[in-house]
Structures are given as C-alpha cells and as structure tokens.
Design a protein around this ligand. Sequence first.
Ligand code: BEZ
Length: 212
Amino acid sequence: MGLHIGSIAPDFTQDSTAGTIHFHEWLGSSWGVLFSHPKDFTPVCTTELGRASKLKAEFDKRNVKLLAVSVDNVADHARWVGDIEETQGVKQAFPILGDADRKVASLYDMIHPEANDTLTVRSVFFIDPAKKIRAVITYPASTGRNFAEILRVIDSIQLTDSHSVATPADWKDGDDCVIVPSLQDPEILKRKFPKGWKALKPYLRMTPQPNR
Ligand code: BEZ
C-alpha cells in the first residue's frame, strides 16, 4: 500500500519495550513520530536512539510521542537498550517496537528490497492527532538522521496548522515565514498578521513568525 502525505497512518498492535502498543489508541490526541531502525546492535541506530532520548523533552513540548521500530524482538531490544544507555549516556525514553514478524515494517513499506531484503531503511513518519501522515522522510541505513531537522519539520507543520504560514528554505524557529498563497482576503490577512507583511511578489509575502 502506498502511504502518502494525507493518508491515514495504518493502525497496528505490536509488542514493544513498554508492553503491547495499540498504535492509534497509544497516540491518543498526540502527534507521533514513527521511525525505523535497520537492526538492533548496529552503530548508527545506537547513536540515533540516544540522541532522540536526549531530545525527549523537546518532543514533549510539541505534544509529540516518539516510537521506534526495529525488526528484532523485544528481548533483543532490551539487551540493546542496555548498550544504548551505556554508550550514549541517556536512559531510553520512549518505546521500541519488537517487529521480528515485520508487521509494522511491511505496513509502512520500510523495507526497500533494492537496498536490502530484510533490513529497514531509515523511515520517519510524522503523524498528526487526526492520525494523518503529514510528512515522510527516508534515509539509507548508512546515514544517521538529524533530530534537529525532525523537530524543525514538526515546528513547520504545527505553524502551518495554527497560523496559516509556510516556512521558507532553511527556516528555523524565529525566522520570517511565508503567508500561504490561499490566504487573500485583506480583512483576514490583517487579523491573522497584525505585525504586517512584506509582499516581495504578490505570491511571496513574508511575515514575522506569528507565534513569536
Ligand atoms: C547502523 O545502524 O549503524 C547501520 C545499519 C545498517 C547498515 C549500516 C549502518
């Protein structure tokens, strides 16, 4: 099944290091980031899980639950978590799904056979509280993800939802934003953007970040 931006994130029930997870129920009214790891006891994944745990408070601030998936069983994960905590100096702060049967990896098309028949690539699914997929990023196994970028994507999507702005190239929190082209009503524009905006072109209107 092709999963696209706007698709409903498939529901599943799967074991994890924090017990059985019924995915939609577990998400509740939170956002979710579901991200895959090629295999337990691999070096890049070990650093990624440590980094994500260190940033847990940043994800909490944004009402985002983190959920990792790796195609090994929970007993292996438990031993691996010991290594992660020892080498990365942080407690594992969110569950890792035991996906030895590849239920979740298959449902989310995380195994790309042209890359590897059995290991997952590094997929990241951003899921909103309506369970809609809002963004997807995919890296090869050899490239560790940038978790600051994952937070930046969440900030951008949440800003679009709350303030009708898009974010330009290389945007970071606090930079000017772009007013979405669909907003044209002058009264609504004035109400939504009391700090004003600069129309560089009729379609390119920059405004200070509205929630700052
Ligand atoms: C890793 O997580 O370190 C890794 C996994 C598969 C291939 C290359 C690196």
